[in-house]
Design a protein around this ligand. Structure first.
Ligand SMILES: NC(=[NH2+])NCCC[C@H](N)C(=O)O
Ligand SMILES: [Mn+2]
Length: 304
């Protein structure tokens, strides 16, 4: 695999300072070397900046930094599309989760241009299914899945390029959903693998079922990994911790299955806030998880 690292130091999608340091923390924690060690080609494209956008309007007064998030969305959309067009795998080093507005748009645009369906695996404590009109925090990092699924209320962003039908979206690890998101999710047919589902069925079965669908459809697969997918005890460096997250082993198993599937075509690493970390433990864990996702294992022995 030929991998392109793209730094996206964006923190405008939420209010807590620190995510802006994310890309550098991944580099310090050795992300590039960890990928190269597994035999992949790696190019670090450095940090991207937002396009200049001014005067965007949203009817919901709590929404903040709309111009900046729009500027990042445009820049990331182009960057991810360009890497995929080169046949490379973009890995986006965030930055808060609003960056997925751009990365998934770029992936969707590319997938449409080559006539393949795009699938989305959202590894997160949150469903991020608000629209700019329903968010009560005003933080746009809580909105990407709604835009990707084609919900209304994103006037400033324009229509999502080739919106994903619900059967191509898989939410995984969910344990925090706001009332407006809850109501909207009930009217969409998106697979919601909340922690209750994962406790009952285990971490493997629902993921395998989704990956089987991706494979059967000849799809491309974008994975968006939020640090808060992990339990706060092993990953404290995130502004929106929620107890009861995935364990160290569960998270690695997810990544190992993703590697074995050979289906992942683009990846976001989001919400790392190094300012909140404990001796780099979260950054290092994220790097190790990417290692598993890129093929690191103790024995070459896929589970059956
Ligand atoms: N990507 C995230 N960490 N999202 C957290 C969203 C939290 C909450 N639902 C909100 O809208 O503010
Ligand atoms: Mn998120």
């Amino acid at each position: 695999m030929e991998v392109s690292l793209i730094g996206a130091p964006i923190d405008a999608g939420q209010r807590r300072a620190g995510c802006i340091m994310g890309p550098m923390a991944y580099r310090v924690a050795g992300l590039g070397a960890a990928i190269a060690e597994l035999g992949h080609g790696v190019e670090d494209r450095g940090d991207l900046g937002p396009d200049a956008v001014q005067g965007a309007h949203c009817a919901n007064p709590v929404v903040h930094d709309l111009d900046l998030v729009l500027g990042w969305t445009q820049a990331l959309r182009r960057a991810v599309g360009a890497e995929l067009a080169l046949g490379r795998m973009p890995v986006i080093l965030g930055g808060d989760h609003s960056l997925a507005l751009g990365t998934v748009a770029g992936a969707a645009e590319h997938a449409a241009s080559v006539g393949r369906p795009l699938f989305l695996l959202w590894l997160d404590a949150h469903s991020d299914f608000h629209t700019p009109l329903t968010t009560t925090s005003g933080n746009l990092h809580g909105t990407p899945v709604a835009w990707i699924a084609g919900r209304e209320g994103f006037d400033a962003f324009g229509p999502f390029p080739a919106a994903l039908p619900p059967e191509r979206i898989c939410l995984y690890g969910i344990r925090s959903v706001d009332p407006a998101e809850h109501a909207a999710l009930l009217t969409h047919d998106i697979a919601i693998n909340d922690m209750r589902v994962l406790d009952e069925h285990g971490i493997v079965a629902p993921l395998r079922a989704f990956l089987d669908r991706v494979r059967a459809a000849g799809g491309m697969l974008h994975v968006s990994l939020d640090v808060d997918f992990l339990d706060p005890s092993i990953a404290p460096a995130v502004g929106t911790t929620v107890p009861g997250g995935t364990t160290f082993r569960e998270a690695h198993l997810v990544c190992e299955l993703l590697h074995e599937s050979r289906l992942v075509t683009s990846l976001d690493l989001v919400e790392l806030n190094p300012f909140l970390d404990d001796r780099g433990m979260t950054a290092k864990l994220m790097v190790d998880l990417v290692g598993s996702l890129m093929g690191r294992k103790v024995f070459d022995r896929p589970t059956a």
